[in-house]
Ligand binder design. Structure first.
Ligand code: KG4
Ligand code: ZN
Length: 323
């Protein structure tokens, strides 16, 4: 007889409140996400105090809906997995406190999950009605989110070996700051992605920071280059497509080059990508093309799983629990 395990995941590290039930670390039975993003837009970034208040208000309903959709009772979950770090402290506290109380009430173990590593787990999940071709291990992992830009070697799901990371801004943070410079609102990623796609081509070049001999990244230089260019040519504010496109080309190039360099030097033929910027259409296209020419299989999560979600927490939580 085969027993399956249902893990309830809870994620509250930034502005989302999310709960999910995942079976055997792979099959998503439910994934509910509530976000307070709209309330932060007018401030141009996430306001921690607002985020944690909304999370406190919505977490009970979000968890109930995740259990109901999965048709699993709280008593029948095998463990509770929760985002432990990194994140906004007040937000994390809401999820951790809720998860602890629930686990205690139903006498089940609780598993702490690292949010960044969980972003890389998003490619290892599928829906029940889906026969996905899931990535093999070992793999190289590229996390590109609002707070992090890092390269890992994933040997198994309990060993994420950090190979390089950003020395200043994260890729998503650079998108958000450049969008602010161009007056495009928050968050910046999706709108810059769209503008760049509509741009027929441009002569503007923002050189990426190569940082040779390391797998580290730096994005603050390109952000500053955009700022100076915009000050010098304020007319671009009326038509920001070219600047958006040149900025994106610079960011995507360095992400693709470093990811491929790690695959080549380690001999690993699988690359998994995660985090909000993994939704970027140019990054998806360029990494796939580079992977094809270099013999590397590149895996992206479906768009909703690029963003913060509890399914990735439940999935990785299962692997940690098995360890
Ligand atoms: O992973 P995520 O949801 O939250 C963090 O853990 O940080 O990532 C949010 C980030 C934001 O900076 C947002 O601008 C960026 O992901 N983002 C994008 C796109 N969609 C979201 N960046 C580039 N292109 C996109 N299509
Ligand atoms: Zn995230």
């Amino acid at each position: 007889m085969i027993f399956s395990m249902n893990i309830l995941g809870i994620e509250t590290s930034c502005d989302e409140t999310s709960a999910s039930v995942v079976r055997d670390g792979e099959v998503i039975l439910s994934n509910v996400v509530a976000t307070s993003l709209k309330e932060h837009e007018k401030y141009g970034g996430v306001i921690p105090e607002i985020a944690s208040r909304r999370q406190l208000e919505s977490i009970t309903a979000v968890v109930e809906e995740a259990l109901r959709t999965a048709d699993v009772k709280a008593n029948d979950v095998d463990a509770v997995a929760v985002t432990r770090e990194p994140g906004l402290i007040g937000s994390l506290l809401v999820g951790i406190s809720f998860a602890r109380a629930l686990a205690w009430a139903v006498h089940k173990p609780i598993v702490d999950v690292n949010h960044i590593e969980a972003h890389l787990y998003a490619s290892f999940l599928r829906r029940a009605d889906e026969h996905a071709d899931l990535p093999p291990l070992p793999a190289v992992g590229l996390v590109v989110s609002g707070g992090h830009t890092s390269l890992y070697r994933i040997n198994d799901f309990t060993v994420f070996e950090l190979l390089g990371q950003t020395r200043d801004d994260a890729a998503g943070e650079a998108y958000d700051k450049v969008a602010r410079i161009l007056g495009l609102g928050y968050p910046g990623g999706p709108v810059i992605d769209k503008l760049a796609r509509g741009c027929g081509g441009t002569d503007i070049v923002f050189a990426p920071a190569k940082l040779p001999d390391t797998y580290d990244f730096s994005f603050s230089g390109v952000k500053t280059a955009v700022l100076y260019h915009t000050r010098k040519h304020p007319e671009v504010l009326a038509r920001p497509e070219s600047v958006a496109s040149a900025f994106q080309t610079s960011v995507v190039k360095v992400l693709v080059d470093k990811s491929m360099a790690v695959c080549q030097s380690t001999g690993v033929r699988t690359l998994v990508v995660g985090g909000g910027v993994a939704a970027n259409s140019a990054l998806r296209e360029s990494l796939r093309a580079a992977g094809e020419s270099k013999g590397v299989r590149v895996y992206f999560p479906p768009l909703p799983l690029c963003m913060d979600n509890a399914a990735m927490i439940a999935g990785l939580g299962y692997r940690l629990l098995k360890r």
